[in-house]
Design a protein around this ligand. Structure first.
Ligand code: AMP
Ligand code: MN
Ligand code: MN
Ligand code: MN
Length: 283
């Protein structure tokens, strides 16, 4: 069984600059209250929330804020997420990366509207954009719209029926290849971390192949300490990291309050073997 404990580092979480529910400041305040001392804000495909918080937020010396993002990518037709930590998110190179994702997300949103309407759903584009607010539209915003209009019972059902892997709304076109996402992070001075490997429903063989390709591309760490990862997989990944000299990462993937399975700053304890990503970040 998984026992999550409270950590001083949170390296994977979302604000309403992407599909999280809280403002970047509210995420920061919540992290402070949870006793976190280092917070990496990893919104999907953008560091806009980080920049706003850094420039206009109320920050304290007790809680260090780090730049980050979780990039969408494609690997063998699958949607794989790569967390980047420590990029220079004011650089021209990074702002160019964000621009590419803005385009990709807009194009995908158009396609999502089309396929979901064709599937018989009532899609009110402006209501969904309002749901997204300042964020680029993503599937969770559509899920919330479907719930608010009574077309789905809850977000989980919206994903199960329409938006999740293999369903009509599983539109992946437009995301860059995994190699490109890793290069984008590294070129901007960040460390690339393979996000939540348990979420891809891969066989062990395919997972090994993914890790090989990720490391060949320049990836440096794997999220091993994730709240919902089966412990058998965690043990396997710890061994993989030790064998391949990859760093061991983790984080809650917090998106909103009231999700006891993803509390900010809570995830399984670090394994006794292996090199930790947190140590490499402060080195
Ligand atoms: P997108 O960035 O538009 O591709 O949407 C992916 C996001 O949807 C993930 O980051 C999660 O926040 C959310 N998500 C994925 N699968 C599910 C699910 N089965 N139930 C609820 N939310 C999900
Ligand atoms: Mn998300
Ligand atoms: Mn993710
Ligand atoms: Mn995430």
């Amino acid at each position: 069984m998984n026992t999550n404990i409270r950590h001083p580092w949170e390296m994977h979480c979302h604000s309403h600059a992407s599909d999280g529910v809280l403002s970047p400041q509210a995420v920061y305040d919540r992290a402070k209250d949870a006793g976190v001392s280092n917070l990496v804000l990893t919104d999907h495909d953008t560091a806009a929330g980080y920049r706003a918080l850094r420039d206009q937020g109320e920050l304290t010396d007790d809680l260090r804020l780090w730049p980050g993002a979780e990039l969408s990518s494609l690997w063998l037709g699958r949607n794989i997420h790569i967390v980047g930590i420590g990029m220079d998110v004011d650089s021209e190179a990074w702002l160019g990366v964000e621009q590419r994702y803005i385009k990709a997300r807009e194009q995908r949103f158009e396609r999502l509207l089309f396929v979901l309407r064709r599937a018989g759903l009532d899609m009110d584009e402006s209501a969904i954009r309002a749901e997204a607010g300042d964020a680029l539209p993503g599937r969770p915003h559509i899920a919330r719209f479907l719930v608010s209009t009574g077309q789905a019972k809850d977000s989980a059902q919206a994903f199960k029926r329409w938006l999740g892997t293999g369903k009509v709304g599983d539109v992946k076109q437009g995301w860059p290849a995994l190699e490109q996402a890793v290069a984008d992070i590294r070129d901007c001075g960040g460390k690339a971390v393979l996000a939540h490997p348990h979420r891809y429903k891969l066989t062990w063989r395919k997972l090994d192949q993914l890790i090989d390709d990720f490391q060949d591309a320049g990836g440096e760490a794997i999220e091993v300490c994730c709240p919902a990862m089966p412990s058998q997989m965690r043990e396997r990944l710890v061994n993989s990291c030790c064998e391949r000299d990859l760093l061991i990462g983790g984080g809650s993937d917090f998106h909103q309050p009231d999700t006891p399975w993803a509390r900010l700053g809570w995830y399984p304890q670090w394994p006794s073997q292996g090199k930790r990503l947190v140590d490499a970040l402060v080195a």
